[in-house]
Design a binder for this molecule. Structure first.
Ligand code: AMP
Ligand code: GLY
Length: 427
């Protein structure tokens, strides 16, 4: 198999790492890749959103399978363009990627398919939205309808906060066109977990579940980020609960998408909240998470590559993906200041020592190589993953790996997995 991964973050490094062990792999490229993926695959200097260049490259190199990491190229139509060229893409068409591209679309699918989710309404007019908030009261959740890079959701504790969010999103267009309309939702509470399923349009197989740590600071404080660390398996979400969730949140969505003639192929990521009334859908994403991929893939026992091909070919009914009964904890090293302003260029040492620590893997994201040295070149820079027989052992391995890294601008959470451990101990 000749495989092209699209993206350049920690998720794509983990995908390259998982696939490079497959006996079916003949040649692997990553576009644009990073210094970590470059140790496993050939980097291709094409950006993830340059669809025409990606298709041209895949045709010229007779690529058998394209695996997009991020959502943006999918929402922009990468899978459609590859399909026109007769090339497999393990990701949804632009129409099916609307499950992530539009919050209102995802909610419509939930309602049509009977999938439990927070009560909601969509508004294209700020005054009507403000009136609705005044009627419903707080707490209440305001979401920009379109893609907003994780910045589109405001969980408002007061009516004034919700009103400010509506004005900023709709009147000031703080998030651009993503804010042309808003979804306003009932505020739910409970632990959050993420379920990942591989889908072929009709069938779905469970990849696994993880718990992200979205806030920048210890104790879930500070602003939201792309994710500062994750654990798998998440506490309080057993394999049986995951199997139930596959039936409740994935299969009905697939059936509804197929009914609309826009079948969903690829990885469906269901963000769930475990509320006192049972699990409810917070959002769908149409891809692996980052750092969830780095946390799930080290647990995977099955070969990922043939399963991704089967998802493209509508053959998933013959497949299951087996997870090892081990735990994985991943810790993101970000540049001090992230998710706000941060410095680039700091030299990072100790990477080999970290990677050779037992049960540790280091995945690159925002790194670059200058004069032979690895330097920081982004907000989230590295993901350090530890595996072990249980969460305690996996945490210890991950933080041992972190301690081996020498980078003076590093910032990371010291409490990844502690919440899950506390929950496990309470149970
Ligand atoms: P999203 O971008 O949809 O993942 O939302 C970001 C975060 O906002 C989620 O991870 C939740 O913590 C929170 N959130 C979203 N929707 C709700 C809701 N209906 N009730 C409470 N919190 C929510
Ligand atoms: N870590 C959350 C995401 O990838 O969307």
């Amino acid at each position: 198999m000749r495989v092209l991964i699209v993206g350049g973050g920690g998720r794509e490094h983990a995908l390259a790492w998982a696939m490079s062990g497959s006996p079916l792999l003949e040649k692997l490229w990553v576009a644009p890749g990073n210094p970590g993926t470059a140790t496993l695959a050939e980097s291709v200097p094409i950006g993830a959103l340059d669809l025409a260049a990606l298709v041209e490259f895949a045709e010229a190199e007779k690529v058998d399978l394209v695996v997009p990491g991020p959502e943006a190229p999918l929402v922009a139509g990468l899978a459609d363009a590859l399909a026109r060229a007769g090339i497999r893409c393990c990701g949804p068409t632009a129409a099916a990627a609307q499950l992530e591209g539009s919050k209102a679309f995802a909610k419509e699918i939930c309602d049509a398919a009977g999938i439990p989710t927070a009560a909601w309404e969509r508004f294209e007019d700020a005054d009507a939205a403000l009136e609705f908030v005044a009627r419903r009261g707080a707490p209440i959740v305001v979401k920009a309808d379109g893609l907003a890079g994780g910045k589109g959701v405001v969980v408002a504790a007061t009516e004034a906060e919700a009103a400010d969010a509506i004005r900023a999103i709709m009147d000031d267009r703080a998030l651009g066109d993503a804010g042309a309309s808003v979804v306003i939702e009932e505020c739910l509470s409970g632990d959050e977990v993420s379920l990942f399923a591989l889908c072929d349009g009709l069938d779905a197989v469970l990849i696994g579940a993880a718990q992200d740590h979205k806030r920048v600071g210890d104790g879930d404080t500070g602003p939201n980020t792309g994710g500062m660390g994750a654990v798998s398996p998440p506490a309080g979400f057993s394999l049986v609960a995951q199997a139930h969730a596959l039936e409740a949140f994935v299969r009905p969505a697939l059936a509804e998408m197929a009914r609309r003639d826009t079948p969903f192929r690829g990885v469906l990521f269901a963000g769930l909240m475990l509320t006192p009334d049972g699990p409810k859908l917070i959002e769908y994403n149409v891809r692996f998470g980052d750092p969830e991929a780095q946390t799930l893939l080290p647990r995977l026992q099955s070969d990922l590559l043939p399963a991704l091909v089967a998802a493209c070919d509508g053959e998933l009914r013959h497949f299951s993906l087996v997870q090892r009964e081990i735990a994985c904890v991943s810790v993101v090293l970000a540049a001090r200041g992230y998710p706000g302003e941060f410095a680039k260029g700091g030299v990072i040492g100790g990477l080999d020592r970290a990677a050779s620590t037992p049960h540790v893997a280091v995945f690159h994201a925002g790194t670059d190589v200058r004069d032979g040295a690895v330097v920081a070149n982004g907000g989230r820079v590295l993901t350090v993953c530890g595996t072990g027989a249980d969460l305690t052992a996996a945490r210890a391995a991950a933080y041992q790996g972190v301690a081996a890294i020498e980078w003076s601008d590093a910032m990371f959470r010291t409490d990844i997995g502690l919440r899950a451990l506390a929950r496990e101990q309470a149970a």
